[in-house]
Design a protein around this ligand. Structure first.
Ligand code: DAH
Length: 354
């Protein structure tokens, strides 16, 4: 009879079914506590709650027997029911807490970061070839005692042209395809690094020995050897006994440092408004057939006395030499780069070669 879930037949017992109901409760309590202890997760725990305390549970059947009991029997069964409920709720709460703790521990373990694992290796970056060559050029001159100077890329016409002996109607202003800065009267994107010569001479007293790296701009159409943005290293030396032999010796040292100890240079007469005399400088190389070849690498000359005096330096006391090196050109010659656009295209295959 005790396994009659509706409890309807129990009322026929002598005590109205009280002992049977209490025995049933004892069994249910043991079963319920076991089920709770066995619940492996929250779902199993919920299932146990429904099975042992839900509307259709055996417990409901036991509760229904109340009506068949004496007042004293009701009191006893009531206490037994309360005891069951308290034991059930307590065990349920404890197990719920255990499961939650275990779930948190599992999640923490799952999300654990092993900080001792070696990181994924990223290939180290390195400076662009142009930057590397610029640094090498600068290093050669620092080794000869030069200082590094800099000037603005948006430059006053006075420095870019006038103080360099390039008069307003001088063809060089057109030849250089100057880019003017809109909204300003006389501001250009510097067409060369030479204006920094004037900036240094108007602010420093001789002796002067500076190199000036920087970007320069011209409204050139892009092709294999032209870019509207390019870079130069300017050089300027001013002192009391400076001669063209000093210029030649300096440029020979530079060329051998950059291109090889067996190189020679030659100076071809040329013209620049700010130097007199002026020269274009070629460096020697061995042609494939064993012949000697020459490649132009820079422009140079003795600083025009007129430039010295416009910049506040006494041309009767001081002389100077100057040179302007195209960084792209040097990099192309030294590394066999055929197209100037390769420097700016950011093609990883090109960049990875240097
Ligand atoms: N500024 C010249 C250019 O961009 C290069 C140059 C030539 C610089 C002769 C010099 C120099 O300092 O003496 O074409």
């Amino acid at each position: 009879m005790s396994d009659d879930p509706t409890g309807t037949t129990a009322a026929t017992d002598a005590d109205g079914g009280l002992q049977d109901a209490i025995a049933t409760l004892d069994r249910l309590r043991a079963d319920a506590l076991a089920a709770i202890a066995d619940a492996a997760d929250t779902a199993a725990l919920n299932e146990a709650r429904v099975r042992f305390t839900g509307k259709r549970s055996e417990l409901t059947g036991v509760q229904k027997r109340m009506k068949d009991l004496t007042p004293d029997g009701r009191k006893q069964l009531g206490q037994a029911l309360n005891g069951f409920r308290a034991a059930f709720d307590e065990a349920h709460a404890v197990r719920e807490e255990e499961l939650a703790t275990a779930a948190l521990a599992a999640r923490l373990e799952d999300e654990r970061l092993d900080l001792t694992l070696p990181p994924r290796r990223l290939p180290p970056g390195r400076p662009n070839l142009l930057t590397q060559v610029e640094h090498e050029i600068i290093d050669v001159f620092i080794g000869m005692g030069y200082q590094v100077a800099e000037g603005p890329e948006a430059e006053a016409g006075a420095y870019n042209f006038d103080l360099l002996n390039i008069e307003p109607d001088h063809p060089a202003r057109q030849e250089m395809d100057t880019i003017y800065v809109a909204g300003f009267d006389d501001v250009v994107l510097r067409t060369h690094t030479s204006p920094v010569q004037a900036r240094v001479m108007t602010t420093q007293a001789p002796p002067i020995a500076v190199v000036v790296p920087g970007r320069t701009y011209r409204a050139d159409t892009v092709d294999a050897t032209h870019s509207p943005v390019f870079s130069q290293v300017e050089g300027l030396v001013v002192g009391e006994d400076i001669t063209m032999a000093d210029l030649r010796g300096t440029l020979l040292s530079f060329s051998r440092a950059m291109f090889g100890a067996d190189r020679d240079i030659r100076l071809r007469p040329s013209f620049f408004p700010f130097t007199e005399p002026s020269a274009e400088v070629d460096v020697s190389f061995d042609e494939p057939g064993g012949n000697l070849g020459w490649l132009e690498i820079l422009g140079a000359g003795m600083v025009d006395p007129n430039v010295l005096s416009m910049c506040g330096i006494d041309p009767d006391r001081y002389r100077g030499f100057a040179f302007g090196i195209g960084i792209e050109r040097v990099a192309m010659l030294r590394h066999g780069v055929k197209d100037i656009r390769d420097f700016f295209d950011a093609d990883a295959r090109f960049l990875a070669r240097f």
